[in-house]
Structure formats: C-alpha cells, structure tokens
Ligand binder design. Structure first.
Ligand SMILES: Nc1nc2c(c(=O)[nH]1)N[C@H]1C(S)=C(S)[C@@H](COP(=O)(O)OP(=O)(O)OC[C@H]3O[C@@H](n4cnc5c(=O)[nH]c(N)nc54)[C@H](O)[C@@H]3O)O[C@H]1N2
Ligand SMILES: Nc1nc2c(c(=O)[nH]1)N[C@H]1C(S)=C(S)[C@@H](COP(=O)(O)OP(=O)(O)OC[C@H]3O[C@@H](n4cnc5c(=O)[nH]c(N)nc54)[C@H](O)[C@@H]3O)O[C@H]1N2
Ligand code: SF4
Ligand SMILES: [Mo]
Length: 716
C-alpha cells in the first residue's frame, strides 16, 4: 500500500479517519490530478477530490473523473479467473487457469510455430505494464504478432510527427503555457467533451484576448466558443489545411528566417498549395471562402499560436497527411520550440503517449526503437537477457491481426486492456475473427464484449489497486499510486504476465517483485532511444511534479519544450509536406448519399465497458443516437426522437434520432460507446492509412430511413 499521504495543498482536504492518496484519473490523456479518499477503518475508497496543486489541471475533474472510483468496488468486477466450459464461464482457481493457458499456448505453438499466438494490448495501463506486454509477446511467447489499441487512436499523430519532426512527442510544449498563447487552431477535437479540464486553459488565454479557430463538421460545445468555426465536410482536412497554408504564404505570414534555417521542402509545399485558392478549397470542403480567409488571418497574425488536432483529423485514411499539413502551419509561422507556441495532439487514452513508445506497436521496441534496426535489437535483447536472433520480426497492425486470424496465421490471442469487439472498425468481421480463434485469453476487470468470446478471462485490477507511471498528453511522466488492495482474487497485469511466463518456463525473464523493479529495467531499455526515460525515477517524479521525456540522465532536467534548437530528423530540419488532396476511402454514391462520422460524448469512455456500468453516467446517456440536421431529416420525413435505420456498405443499425442545427446538413453522427447491435462500428470502414494503419473511423458513406411505428423497434 502506498504510504504517500498529502500533507499540503491549497485546500484543506484531509478528513478525520481518512487517508488521501495522491494520483491521477484513470481515463483520458489529461491525467487530471486527484486524491482518492480511503477510509482508514475499512480500507475502502469513499470518493475523490480534485488536486488543486497539480499544475496542469488545477483542481478540475470532469464527470467521468469524479465517478471513476465507482468502478473499484463495483458488483460487476470479475472476481476470479473464468474458464469457458460447454459454452459458459465457470469460476476457476488461478492455478487451473494458468494450466489451461500453458496447455493451449504450447499446443498451438508446437503445431503452428511461435507466431500462432498473438497479443493485442492497450494503453489504459501504466508504462510498466505497457513495457511488459511487449516483452511478454517477444521474449516469452516469441511471437511477431503484437499490436495495440493505440493503432485506432494515436497512430496517425505519431506517423505525422515522425515524418515532420523525426520524433513523436504529442505536444511540443508544456500545457501550463497554453494560457499565455494568442491563438489556437483546433482541428477535429471536441475538447469541451473529450478533454474537458483543458478548457480552463483556453478560457484563461481568451480572457487575455486570444482567438480560437475550430475545424469540425459539427458545431460542438468547443466550436461554439470559437471565433471562427470551419464546418468542413468530413474527410476534407487535407484540402482545408492546404488552403490555409496557401493563404499563410500568399498573405506574407511566413517566418522566412525560421523556414530557411529550420525547415526543408518549402518550395515543394509552395508549389503544391498554389492550387488551393479560397474558392477551390471552399468547393472541396464546403466551408465558405470568407471563413477560410478569416481563419488564415487570425492564425497568421498571432504572435504565439498553437496548432492542435485530435481524432477528427487523424482517424482518416489520410490521417498522417492531415497531421503533417496542420503541423506545417506552425512551422511556416516559426512557432515550434518557443514559449506558449507549438503543435499538440490531444492524446486520447490515459497513457496514450507512454504506451506507444515502449514496444506494444508491431514494429517498435522500448524507447521508440525500430525492431528492424539491428542496433536496437542488440540493445533491447541485452537488457532482456535473450539472444538477438531470438527477437521476432515486425508484425502487423491491430486491425490487420484480424486478417491474419482469417487466413489462419494467428490461432490464439491474448487481449490485454482493450475491447476490440466494440472499438474496431467493421466490427462484424472482428466478431467473426474472434470466433475463429482456437484460443482467446482476455485480461480485464469487467466482462467486456471481447471477453465474452474468450476461453479464459483473467481478472485484472483497476488503476487504483496498483502502482506505476503514466505519461500524460504533454509528455510528462507522472505517478499512479495504489489506494486499495486488489479486489477479491484480481491481480495487476504485470503479475499476471509474470505468472504466465513462469508456467511457460520463462519466469527468469520476469524477476520483478513490484512495479518499480519493472520501471528500473524499463529505464535501461529506453536509454539512448528517442523516448529516453533513463533519467526519470519515482523519487524525481514525486519531487518535481513529473518529469518530461526525453530525460537521458539523472542530472538532466527533462524536456518540457522540445525542438528548441533542432528537430530530430537526420539533418535537424523539419520536413514540410507536399501532399495533394485525396478523397477519403469511401465517398457517397447514389445508394449511400450521406457521410457518416463517429465520435464521443462527455459521459462515456471509449468502448463504454467501464462507464456504462456507472449509474450516473449511464443515466445521462443511456443509448447511442444519430445526430442530424432538421433540414436533412425533413427530406426523409423523420421527426426528432423517432427511430431510424442507418446503413453503410457493411451493415445496418437502428437508433433514435436527435435533431440539431449544430451540424452540417449532409452528415450523420453516431457516438460509439456501445456494443453488439448498438455498435456503430458495424457500419464503419476499415480502410487504413497507408503509413499509420489507422482505420477511417471518421468518414464513410451511409443512408438513412425512418423506422415506422409498425416495425416497432425501440431501445427496450
Ligand atoms: N468523454 C470522453 N472523453 C474522451 C474519450 C471518450 O471516449 N469520452 N476518449 C479519449 C480518447 S482515447 C480519445 S482518442 C480522445 C478523442 O477526442 P476527440 O478527437 O476530440 O473526440 P472525437 O469525438 O472522436 O472526435 C472529435 C471531433 O472530430 C469531428 N470530426 C468528425 N469528422 C471530422 C473530419 O473529417 N475532420 C475534422 N476536422 N473533424 C472531424 C467530430 O465531429 C468530433 O467533434 O478523447 C479522450 N477523451
Ligand atoms: N467508431 C469509432 N470507433 C473508435 C473510435 C472512434 O472515434 N469511432 N475511437 C478509437 C479510439 S481513439 C480508441 S482509443 C479505441 C479504444 O478502444 P478500446 O481499446 O476497446 O477501449 P476501452 O474501452 O478503453 O477498452 C479497454 C478495456 O480494458 C479494460 N481495462 C481498463 N484498464 C485496464 C487495465 O489496466 N488492465 C486491463 N487488463 N484491462 C483494463 C476496460 O475495462 C476495457 O474493457 O476505440 C477506437 N474506436
Ligand atoms: S478530463 Fe480526462 S483525466 Fe480529467 S477527469 Fe476527465 S476523464 Fe479524467
Ligand atoms: Mo483514443
């Protein structure tokens, strides 16, 4: 049990008979500072308090954060390992479950080789666990098939940052500086609902006169506070960004000295953007010329500006292009590496940043090393104590693993911290793939839709029952502290993986007694890599309110602002993109005349496996719905709150209609936090970005029809 108890703080939060454990929220990349209130008598969690002295989120929590603790003692928690017998789950001992895993893994790998097993990871876990999932796949199972849910989340941002800057740190600046910025250009981010506690930073900047440009097909709560809302047609970001770049160049807003000194490829970019006059850009994007011009002037004139984007711009088959183009706006204005300026993506999951750096990706080893680089393999195999020849080759991306199941290359899968049966695109294909597996193991603390397909389910613990570190959306490495003991017989994922390694005869590779032992090995593994954590220790994180990577040595201060003098490309220059406009993977047709886009609501988190179980959150938003403009609805004779069937080339679903004028007239929007028949991912298109292998969650072709009373479909 952590003995870290708050003694100071701007408010007196301590109550008699309680301990306050200082930690961070379990959900999104904001990683808001919070204290967990624990009864000294019962050892049970009583609630949470926001942490007023956490410099990033300053005493704010959103509706998910304040109720996150309700997961811990929840009656739905998986108490013991479950083994499927004759089609139904039966509780078992850990010993029996481990035995079944050993028998099946050994059998499949003897019959079909080590790659017959695969691992599907997630980044709601600490760095320690994410690191270990990669080591488990490569060193214990010896499989090349490992990938993770960040492929559906941060991979296009990562791909774009690598291309442009040579390094993928999601924010080039610390977010404590945002309040001093003069302009924010936000593409495809519903900040107010998805990173709600960051809104205070933008408000503070706006009180000083900062402007805000929001690029989103819907007038979200974020777009409503913008000076200009560019309501583009889904899937047209690259045209819009090219149009803005065109004006930045034409109107003389380019910081020529900066571009000359620090950027490559300017002439190519200039040539490529020449075509994108306001008229041409407007024709493709559906945004008025006047708004495009206004946005370009607002952004172009600002002294300290930040370009920000999120999944709206990234979850497209051209997501990497979009990221490079939006980032180019900041480069042309000479904004990167300076105070209160730069580029940032809104990292999604709690450890979306750290979890993607340390070896869950099919082609990466810890420290952001390439698995195809012999030096990297030598370093990591040395730290792990395996032969370099034993290191598997690169595998395939998350969605492509389901193809490998279909073609028989993958026969077993271990899903750790993800629910792809809800969150993957074209999900009926995923269901079929999961059914085809000979053996599926899932670690989770609630029985997810994916776990329902499993042969063995292992009870993991929630974030408050274990220790470790995460890396927040700024790139700041922070501490997650244990507030309570694991419920029933559940265990932390690292311990589960250690026990599996033991039964498979590889226990010597996992000699850890506690999370910090893993962290110390992980520091060595990252040493000398691009994401270098070597200089970060638990003790430093406590003392310094987190430490920003890269931090290569114990006396290095960490790097809140990156790219101050040079970029991480071979010649130190940022690479400007020259990218043409391309249509999304699927465009409307006579049969499917509309564009469907998907996303989130403030009350639910991702696949909803956690938040659908919290009464307050479920009451606020019990079902999915389709959001559409009244003018569009009237064309189909659809009224508010009626049921409608939405169909795409893949499947259909029936949901309630929610009419709103705060959306374009030619699109449908459905939030994705529900499973089975209520999963919008039955409809989405698994067309992948060629570089990042990110699926196109944000745009596909669709049609809608009113469900008549006679058909009698309702949510009940
Ligand atoms: N409440 C809540 N908060 C969350 C999460 C959650 O599930 N719920 N999840 C966390 C995670 S993992 C993530 S990744 C983030 C996601 O955070 P966001 O990316 O902000 O969330 P989304 O709702 O997926 O998409 C953002 C916006 O993109 C817009 N959009 C759709 N198509 C396009 C397009 O073609 N171009 C542009 N420019 N915009 C488009 C949508 O209208 C939507 O408003 O949120 C994190 N925070
Ligand atoms: N249509 C559509 N689909 C999308 C998106 C979209 O915008 N539109 N967004 C995509 C994005 S950005 C994301 S991030 C993905 C997310 O997709 P998923 O990975 O499916 O997201 P979660 O619901 O967080 O799934 C995590 C699971 O692990 C469990 N869990 C949480 N913490 C732990 C832990 O520490 N250990 C273990 N073992 N289990 C844990 C939770 O209970 C949950 O069942 O969805 C993607 N899918
Ligand atoms: S903004 Fe994100 S980290 Fe903060 S309380 Fe809400 S879900 Fe948790
Ligand atoms: Mo995400």
């Amino acid at each position: 049990m952590s003995d870290y108890v708050v003694k100071e703080g701007t408010k007196n939060l301590q109550r008699a008979g309680e301990k306050l454990i200082t930690t961070h929220c379990s959900y999104c990349g904001m990683q808001c500072g919070m204290h967990i209130r624990v009864s000294e008598k019962t050892g049970k969690i009583k609630g949470v308090e926001p942490r007023y002295d956490w410099p990033v989120t300053l005493g704010k929590l959103c509706p998910k954060g304040v109720t996150a603790y309700q997961q811990i003692d929840h009656p739905d928690r998986i108490k013991r390992p479950l083994i499927k017998k004759n089609g139904a789950f039966v509780e078992s001992s850990w010993e029996e479950a481990l035995h079944v895993i050993k028998d099946n893994v050994t059998r499949l790998q003897q019959e079909s080789g080590p790659d017959a097993m695969s691992v599907f990871g997630g980044v709601s876990m600490t760095n320690e666990k994410c690191y270990l999932v990669g080591k488990y796949a490569r060193a214990v199972l010896g499989t090349r098939f490992i990938d993770y849910n960040g492929r559906f989340c941060m991979s296009s941002a990562a791909g774009g940052f690598l291309k442009t800057f040579g390094m993928d740190r999601g924010s080039t600046l610390p977010w404590t500086e945002l309040e001093h910025s003069d302009c924010f250009l936000m593409a495809g981010s519903n900040t107010a609902e998805c990173h709600p506690t960051s809104i205070q930073m933008f408000w503070k900047a706006r009180d000083r006169g900062a402007s805000m440009i929001v690029i989103d097909p819907r007038e979200t709560p974020t777009a409503r506070i913008a000076d200009v809302h560019l309501d583009l047609l889904p899937g047209t970001d690259s045209a819009l960004a090219n149009g803005l770049l065109h004006l930045i160049i034409k109107e003389g807003y380019v910081d020529e000295a900066y571009v000359e000194e620090r950027c490559a490829n300017f002439e190519e970019l200039k040539a490529q953007t020449a075509l994108f006059t306001p008229a041409y850009t407007s024709k493709i994007t559906g945004v008025s010329e006047e708004k495009i011009i206004r946005a370009a002037h607002l952004y172009g004139r600002a002294q300290k500006s930040v370009v920000m984007f999120a999944r709206g711009a990234e979850q497209q088959s051209k997501g990497v292009d979009n990221v490079t183009l939006y980032s180019a706006l900041a480069l042309l204005r000479g904004q990167i590496g300076k105070f209160a300026s730069g580029v940032a993506t809104f990292t999604g999951q709690g450890n979306g940043q750290g979890g993607r750096e340390h070896g869950q990706k099919s082609d990466l080893l810890p420290g952001y090393r390439k698995i195809t680089d012999p030096e990297a393999v030598k370093h990591i195999s040395g730290v792990w104590g395996i032969e370099p020849e034993a290191m598997p080759k690169p595998g395939v991306s998350a969605f492509e693993m389901f193809d490998e199941i279909q073609n028989g290359a993958i026969r077993g899968m271990h899903v750790i911290c993800s629910n792809p049966a809800v969150s993957a695109p074209n999900v009926e294909y995923v269901w079929d793939s999961l059914k085809k597996l000979d053996f599926l193991v899932v670690n989770d603390f609630f029985l997810s839709e994916t776990a329902e397909f499993a042969d063995v389910v292992l009870p993991a613990v929630s974030w408050a029952e274990d220790e470790g570190t995460t890396t927040n959306l700024e790139g700041r490495v922070i501490r997650i502290r244990k507030a309570v003991e694991p419920l029933h017989e559940s265990k932390p994922d690292w311990q589960i993986l250690k026990e599996i390694a033991q039964v498979l005869g590889k226990g010597y590779l996992f000699p850890y007694e506690k999370a910090e032992d893993i962290f110390n090995e992980f520091r060595l593994a990252t040493k000398g890599g691009k994401a270098d954590y070597y200089g970060i220790t638990y003790e430093r994180i406590d003392r310094e309110n987190g430490v920003f990577w890269p931090c290569p040595s114990l006396d290095h201060p960490g790097t809140p602002t990156v790219f101050k003098g040079r970029f991480e490309t071979p010649d130190g220059k940022a690479v400007l993109p020259s990218v043409p406009w391309q249509e999304p993977g699927e465009v409307p047709s006579e049969e499917f005349p509309l564009r469907l886009t998907t996303g989130r609501v403030v009350y639910h988190y991702l696949s909803g496996n956690q938040t659908r179980r919290i009464d307050f959150l479920r009451d606020q938003c019990p079902y999915p719905y389709v959001e559409m403009h009244p003018a569009l609805a009237s064309r189909y004779g659809i009224q508010d709150k009626e049921m409608a069937e939405i169909t795409t080339p893949r499947s259909s679903m029936t949901v309630e209609v929610k009419l709103t004028k705060a959306t374009r007239e030619d699109i449908l929007f459905i939030p994705y936090h529900w499973g089975k028949e209520l999963s919008v991912n039955k409809l989405t298109n698994a067309c992948l970005d060629p570089t990042s292998r990110m699926p196109e969650f944000k745009v596909c072709a669709a049609k809608i029809r009113r469900i008549t009373k006679k058909e009698g479909v309702s949510h009940e």
